[in-house]
Design a protein around this ligand. Structure first.
Ligand code: ZN
Length: 73
């Protein structure tokens, strides 16, 4: 028998702090996610989850999360 497991995907609605562009990103992305408008890196993968990229100078994240969109697939 195949064990059925509910796959939970988390999507994040984020806003770029540089150009204010809003976009939906996958919260468990395996690759870097950049802003679609200005190309600033917004999220980096860290052990299966995505983390907000912080500016090394200002220590502020390049984006902030407006909403967490949970979807049960
Ligand atoms: Zn941007």
């Amino acid at each position: 028998m195949v064990k059925s497991r509910r796959v939970r995907s988390r999507f994040l609605y984020v806003q770029c702090n540089k150009c204010r562009n809003k976009q939906v990103v996958f919260g468990c992305a395996k690759t870097k996610v950049g802003c679609l408008a200005c190309n600033t890196p917004l999220l980096i993968p860290t052990g299966g989850k995505s983390a907000l990229v912080k500016n090394p100078i200002t220590k502020l994240p390049n984006a902030h999360i407006l909403e967490i969109l949970d979807k049960n697939l």
